[in-house]
Design a protein around this ligand. Structure first.
Ligand SMILES: [Zn+2]
Length: 78
């Protein structure tokens, strides 16, 4: 019997942090606060969700800065 299973990851943009200068590319961009939503699936049916990496992302160069849970909540609520 063949069992189809695996892990899917989605990026969810939670908030725009406004216009800032990206520390990587140096462009003035609209930085986003994002988190990775992950779930294990069996036959493509989600069975076990969890939150992966929390990050600040640059839409220009794609670089991400990983945040701790506390830093993420602070930025989200500010
Ligand atoms: Zn950048």
């Amino acid at each position: 019997m063949l069992v189809v299973y695996g892990v899917k990851r989605k990026l969810k943009i939670d908030k725009s942090l406004g216009t800032q200068v990206c520390p990587n590319c140096g462009h003035t961009v609209d930085l986003s606060l994002a988190r990775e939503k992950c779930y294990a699936h069996i036959y493509y049916i989600p069975v076990f969700p969890w939150t992966g990496m929390r990050m600040k992302a640059c839409p220009n160069c794609g670089v991400v800065e990983t945040l701790t849970s506390g830093q993420y909540k602070e930025l989200k609520n500010s």
